[in-house]
Ligand binder design. Structure first.
Ligand code: HEC
Length: 172
């Protein structure tokens, strides 16, 4: 299992071996530096805390009814700015099977596998992949319905789960 050679030690990663083929790389590139991988993980933790606190605060302070602009719309604007600035990619996607917006369904193999993992109780999954020969960290974190307001628009969902944020950022 190629992913395990990077010593990630996350049992789930085994089933994520396939998405790595997307990169179409026949020869396995050099293993990324472990400290660089740790820095990328730290960045995911920081971004995740930032985004989730912003979403909760916006919802708490400005969102009272279905007609209001959801914090998810603000998050999407910020994700776009981060992508345009070539900092990282982030996507808020659905794990319920009934998204508010059909754009927010899992598309890539990593996203699909992450949705399955989150649905089965995982709170975090990751993989290291190579895009154009450069190492990247893909990570997914759980998005539960953390407050009553979430339910106003999304309805009650199995295990209180709504989605996952998918991150993709360079390991450097
Ligand atoms: C005012 C209604 C509203 C509230 C309150 C709300 N959402 Fe949403 N949410 C939406 C809408 C509308 C979208 C689709 C946004 C888009 O893609 O344009 C969305 C999208 C999402 C998505 C992406 C999957 C999907 O369903 O499209 C997740 C995950 C999500 N919201 C989680 C939350 C969480 C967690 C909370 C509570 C902190 C919350 N939402 C509160 C309306 C709401």
């Amino acid at each position: 299992m190629r992913v395990m050679r990077f010593g990630l030690g996350v049992a789930f990663l085994g089933i994520l071996a396939c998405p790595r083929m997307e990169t179409g790389i026949a020869v396995e590139p050099a293993k990324p530096d472990s400290q660089a991988v740790e820095r990328a993980r730290e960045q995911v933790r920081m971004l995740d805390t930032l985004y989730k606190n912003a979403v909760v605060s916006i919802t708490k302070n400005y969102v009272n009814q279905q007609a209001d602009v959801p914090a998810a719309a603000v998050a999407k604007d910020v994700f776009k700015a981060m992508k345009d600035g070539h900092y990282h990619n982030a996507r808020l996607i659905d794990v319920t099977g009934r998204p508010k917006n059909k754009e927010n369904i899992a598309r890539t193999d990593f996203e699909k596998a992450a949705v399955e993992a989150i649905r089965s109780g995982k709170e975090y999954v990751e993989e290291i992949a190579f895009v154009d020969g450069r190492p990247i960290l893909r990570a997914a974190t759980v998005v539960p319905a953390v407050m009553e307001q979430c339910i106003i628009c999304h309805g009650k969902r199995e295990k209180n789960l709504l989605g996952t944020i998918i991150y993709e950022l360079p390991i450097k």
